[in-house]
Design a protein around this ligand. Structure first.
Ligand SMILES: NC(=O)C1=CN([C@@H]2O[C@H](COP(=O)(O)OP(=O)(O)OC[C@H]3O[C@@H](n4cnc5c(N)ncnc54)[C@H](O)[C@@H]3O)[C@@H](O)[C@H]2O)C=CC1
Ligand SMILES: CC(C)CC(=O)C(=O)O
Ligand SMILES: [Mg+2]
Length: 366
């Protein structure tokens, strides 16, 4: 199979973890006989520094013309005072690609069962997925204002029923092939958008009699996520709630660095990125965890290219590497091998090839 991938390394640890994901994709191409044609483009702060725009037109065009987009992360303190910020490029890219459905799976990884700061009996069996609305809500709605004195500011939270219907439908579709449960998270006791959201969830539920539905207010959901994570299957929620709750849920696997995501539109190219940011505190140190980025690439193989076998091979290689005790600093708790980003990628790459290739080839790599 031949596929075109636009690669946006971005800022901070973005390029470091992206390098790892590309190496693993190379391994997939070799092992399974595919050709992934990658085009690297400037994006985020790196693009602001180069041309003044976080999403240059040639970057956007390349993304729109590709089969999928792989993204590292954007942002950093050096652009904090800018009127145009790297994050604006990210929001615009998501909108331009119309990737309204952001899937963020949460699970306990093999070998990391005791890493979570939560008690291990709490996280046992946790396996759920956020379906976060990604192209609407308070991050996008107008007006956004600030008065001249800087003393008054406005953000707006708007949703159309169509925007809600399509994301809720996605959540029910997913639940019907998973554990059959949708938890819809809102703030319907105070927000009009949430009241409409709840009505749409209830009317969509009628089409899915085999899917159990529960509504949960976001404040209580924040607590239940970490007190009883194994009770969830599919959590559907609006943009900002999903952003916040999914970072909170990273305490279940034990690090932001292992969480992948897929952002899907239904027709155009999907966008695949780890849920973490550019991690300026560790950028350049060679210690970033590449797992979230690599698992995002696996989601790309599955969702954009329908390469299920290949996606599973990548996931298996990651799990086996963790099980064998390899740990970047964020997931190191005193046992196993403390490794760099590069070594972690090497170990995953080795296991990717191990499945199908001869011991002789393995020895070459060791
Ligand atoms: N999708 C994106 O590009 C996102 C960008 N950002 C941007 O990133 C910048 C930093 O934001 P923060 O709030 O610090 O969030 P962050 O996710 O970059 O970092 C939070 C903490 O998690 C650690 N961490 C994150 N990813 C890691 C990895 N792969 N391996 C090991 N440790 C990891 C960091 O070292 C830091 O201590 C900001 O400019 C923010 O706007 C934030 C979130 C998402
Ligand atoms: C620019 C932000 C909305 C990025 C972020 O934190 C996210 O999508 O998780
Ligand atoms: Mg976030």
């Amino acid at each position: 199979m031949e596929k075109k991938i636009t690669v946006l390394p971005g800022d901070g640890i973005g390029p470091e973890v992206m390098k790892g994901a590309l190496e693993i994709l190379d391994g997939v191409a070799t092992r399974f006989g595919h050709a992934f044609h990658t085009t690297v483009k400037k994006f985020g702060g790196a693009a602001i520094d180069h041309s003044g725009s976080p999403l240059p037109e040639d970057t956007l065009l390349a993304c729109k013309q590709s089969d999928a987009v792989l993204l590292g992360a954007v942002g950093g303190p050096q652009w904090d005072g800018n009127i145009v910020r790297p994050e604006h490029g990210l929001l615009r890219l998501r909108k331009e690609l119309n990737v309204f459905a952001n899937l963020r799976p949460v699970q306990v990884f093999p070998g990391l069962e005791n890493l979570s700061p939560l008690k291990s009996n709490r996280v046992k069996g946790a396996d759920f997925i956020f379906v976060r609305e990604l192209t609407g809500g308070i991050y996008f709605s107008q007006p956004k204002t600030r008065d001249k004195e800087g003393k008054n500011a406005t953000d707006t939270l708007f949703y159309s029923s169509e925007e809600v219907e399509r994301i809720v439908e996605k959540a029910f579709e997913l639940a019907s092939v998973r554990k059959g449960k949708v938890t819809s998270v809102d703030k319907a006791n105070v927000l009009e958008t949430s009241k409409m959201w709840r009505e749409i969830v209830d009317s969509t539920a009628k089409k899915y009699p085999n899917v159990q539905v529960e509504h949960m207010l976001v404040d209580y959901a924040a607590m239940r996520l970490i007190s009883e994570p194994s009770k969830f299957d599919v959590i559907v929620t609006e943009n900002m709630f999903g952003d916040i709750l999914s970072d909170e849920a990273a305490v279940i696997p034990g690090s932001l660095g292992v969480m992948p995501s897929a952002s899907l539109s239904g027709n155009g190219p999907g966008l695949y990125e780890p849920i973490h940011g550019s991690a300026p505190d560790i950028a350049g140190k060679g210690e970033a965890n590449p797992v979230g980025m690599i698992l995002s690439a696996a989601m790309m193989l599955r969702h954009s290219f329908q390469l299920e076998k290949e996606a599973e091979a990548v996931e298996r290689a990651v799990f086996e590497t963790l099980q064998a005790g390899y740990r970047t600093r964020d997931i190191y708790s005193g046992t196993g091998y403390l490794t760099s980003t590069k070594e972690m990628v090497n170990q995953i790459h080795l296991r990717m090839l191990e499945d199908s290739t001869s011991a002789t080839l393995l020895e070459v790599y060791v």
